[in-house]
Design a protein around this ligand. Structure first.
Ligand code: 13P
Length: 252
C-alpha cells in the first residue's frame, strides 16, 4: 500500500509567529482527518525549529523547502541538510519549479542536494513538471522524463525506497488553473512507468503527489485517480482549515 500524503509548501509566507499559529491550528484539527493520511508542513527555514516543537507527537511531520548542495563550509547564506535534520525535520522539497526557474537549479545541483538530503536522513520530495509552452508543444512527457532520468535514476534502490515525487505543472501553480483529474492521472501513470523502467516493481510503492492550485473543492476528484497519492499544496496550505479539508479528499 502506498502512502497517502498531503504536504503543505508554505513558500515565503508567514512570520515565525504566524507560522507557529498555523502549525498549531493544523495540529488542533488533525484528529478530524483519517490517520491513514500523512500530513507534512514545510515552513520557511526560520520557522522550522518552533514548528517541529509544536507538531511533535501530533502525527504531522515537518519538511524544509530546500537545502544546500554542499555539506558545510564557506557558502554564505546557505542552510545545510545536516542543520535541518538536526532540528527533527524529516523531509525536504527539492527541485521545485520556483527554485529551478528563479535560482537556476539544474539537475547537477539537484543531484548534489539529493545526496546531502539522504546522507542526513531527510526524505526528499522531488518535484517535476512542465511549463505551459512545453505542454502546449506536447513536450510534457519528455520534460518530466528528463527531470526523473537526470536525478532520480542516480539514486540507489535503498534511497529510491524513501523518495516522494511531486508532479507540479508550472502552469497550474498559483494560477487557480488546475490540471484535470484525467491530465493528472495520465502523467502520474507515465511517471510511474519511467520509475518502473529503472527501479522495477518498487515504483509501485512510490507516493506521487499532485501540486498546482489544489484546494478542498478539487482535491477529492484528483486524489481518486489510481496513480495520484496525494498533494503538494501551496496557497491552500496557508489556511489550516483548507489544508486539513484537502486531507479529507481521499476516497481510496
Ligand atoms: P499552489 O497550490 O499555490 O498552486 O502551489 C503549488 C505548489 O507550488 C506547491 O509546491
Amino acid at each position: 500500500m502506498r502512502k497517502k500524503i498531503v504536504a503543505g509548501n508554505w513558500k515565503m509566507n508567514t512570520t515565525p509567529v504566524e507560522g507557529v499559529e498555523l502549525a498549531k491550528n493544523v495540529v488542533a484539527g488533525r484528529g478530524e482527518v483519517c490517520s491513514c493520511v500523512d500530513f507534512i508542513v514545510c515552513p520557511p527555514f526560520t520557522h522550522l525549529s518552533e514548528v517541529v516543537k509544536v507538531t511533535r507527537g501530533s502525527g504531522i511531520a515537518v519538511g524544509a523547502q530546500n537545502c544546500a548542495a554542499e555539506a558545510k563550509g564557506a557558502y554564505t547564506g546557505e542552510v545545510s541538510a545536516q542543520m535541518i535534520a538536526s532540528l527533527g525535520v524529516e523531509y525536504v522539497i527539492l527541485g521545485h519549479s520556483e527554485r529551478r526557474e528563479y535560482y537556476g537549479e539544474t539537475s547537477k545541483t539537484l543531484n548534489a542536494k539529493m545526496e546531502q538530503a539522504y546522507a542526513n536522513g531527510l526524505t526528499p520530495i522531488y518535484c517535476v513538471g512542465e511549463k505551459l509552452d512545453e505542454r502546449e508543444a506536447g513536450k510534457h512527457f519528455d520534460v518530466v522524463k528528463a527531470q526523473l532520468e537526470e536525478v532520480v535514476y542516480n539514486l540507489t534502490e535503498e534511497q529510491f525506497a524513501k523518495l516522494v515525487v511531486a508532479y507540479e505543472p508550472v502552469w497550474a501553480i498559483g494560477t487557480g488553473k488546475t490540471a484535470t483529474a484525467e491530465q493528472a492521472q495520465e502523467i502520474h501513470a507515465f511517471i510511474r512507468e519511467v520509475l518502473r523502467a529503472r527501479f522495477g516493481a518498487k515504483a509501485d510503492d512510490t507516493a506521487i503527489l499532485y501540486g498546482g492550485s489544489c484546494k478542498p473543492s478539487n482535491a477529492a476528484e484528483i486524489f481518486a485517480k489510481a496513480d495520484v497519492d496525494g498533494g503538494l499544496i501551496g496557497g491552500a496550505a496557508l489556511k489550516a482549515e483548507d489544508f486539513l479539508a484537502i486531507g479529507k479528499g481521499f476516497s481510496k
